[in-house]
Design a protein around this ligand. Structure first.
Ligand SMILES: [Zn+2]
Ligand SMILES: [Zn+2]
Length: 347
């Protein structure tokens, strides 16, 4: 077995604490990664605290992983020892269903294997990136350019691809007016991508203190969504809106801002169903949709695009012994815009 050290939650109500565990010995197609950095995603907190009611303990969270390859199995063809790599939200899928065959492994009809907190196809519980190493099939390992700050690349593995994929799927580009709802870990990446793709980009936020930041990160306009007059001025003018907010909010007021036939895509997952007024869809044939991360090929495309364009996440570094404080600050939205754990602090 592969010896590992990390930080785990032992129950929904206990803070994360040091934990020793084992991962499988690398098989033929496995890559062993020594973890350098891991981003702190809001999902890590929902999961560690069992807010989605499906937690498996002990839980080692973390699915925005950057590290270096320290060993490869005999059948590995794409990676060599020493390479900089990333691991994101999923580490396996069935590889044979229509979604997997289409390169959309995240929608695997038999269930993609999450990087932490589930039983994998070997029968082991998966443990995430708040740890010193990870063993992953090479199909689910990404190549990372040496050109960018690797710590700031880590959040691209979840926050980045979660926003890149829907913006690409709905073909956001020049000549389009695109709204981004929420300016947090996901929202700030959505803003950077929509701006980079050449769209006229409008940031929606409830907080006036974020106006300057939004402009710096690429917003052509910023709308305070609590300001009814400001919202009215934007009516029926958007080609696409990407909503990154998981807290309860008025989706109907935002739907009314879409043009006829335009699409509203949700990537923030509220834990209670929102109230939707169907008239807002019916009277202008608007579309309501959703999206989750991206397939492995698209995730690689996103990382390559970011290396070419110099796009990374805005991060605040933290150490593993401060992870419980970091969780509290994420819950209060008190981070610009993503915590990244320097895993050297685990030693
Ligand atoms: Zn995530
Ligand atoms: Zn599948």
């Amino acid at each position: 077995m592969t010896q590992s050290r990390g930080y785990a939650a032992q129950s929904a109500t206990t803070p994360l604490a040091p934990y020793q565990f084992q991962r499988r010995d690398p098989k033929g197609r496995d890559v062993v990664v020594e973890i350098m950095y891991c981003g702190v995603c809001h999902s890590d907190i929902h999961s560690a605290r069992n807010e989605w009611k499906n937690a498996v303990y002990p839980m080692v969270p973390g699915h925005e992983i950057i590290g270096r390859v320290t060993a490869v199995g005999s059948e590995v063809t794409r990676f060599k020892v020493g390479e900089l790599v990333g691991v994101g939200v999923i580490v396996d899928s069935c590889r044979s269903c229509p979604s997997c065959k289409a390169g959309e492994e995240q929608y695997c009809d038999n269930g993609a294997t999450l990087t932490y907190g589930v039983t994998d196809r070997h029968g082991d519980i998966t443990y995430g990136g708040y740890s010193n190493n990870i063993v992953v099939d090479e199909h689910f390992v990404l190549k990372v350019s040496e050109k960018l700050n690797p710590a700031a690349v880590a959040p691209l593995l979840c926050a980045g691809i979660t926003t890149y994929s829907p913006l690409r799927h709905w073909k956001v580009g020049p000549g389009m007016k695109v709204g981004i709802v929420g300016l947090g870990g996901l929202g700030h990446m959505a803003l950077k991508f929509a701006h980079s793709f050449g769209a006229h980009t409008v940031q929606f936020t409830t907080s006036e203190s974020k106006i300057e930041d939004a402009k710096r990160l690429g917003a052509d306009e910023v709308v305070i969504s609590k300001d009814a007059n400001a919202m009215k001025k934007q009516a029926s003018s958007f080609d696409f809106i990407l909503d990154t907010v998981s807290a309860p909010h008025d989706i109907n007021a935002l739907l009314q801002l879409l043009k006829r036939d335009a699409t509203y895509a949700q990537v923030g997952l509220p834990d209670t169903p929102p109230t939707l007024f169907m008239g807002d869809l019916i009277f202008k044939r608007r579309n309501m949709s959703g999206s989750i991360i991206g397939g492995m090929a698209e995730t690689q495309e996103m990382l390559d695009y970011c290396a070419e364009k110099g796009i990374v996440s805005e991060i605040e570094m933290t150490s593993i012994d401060k992870i419980n404080e970091a969780f509290e600050r994420v819950v209060k939205a008190d981070v610009k815009y993503r915590f990244v754990i320097d895993m050297a602090t685990l030693k």
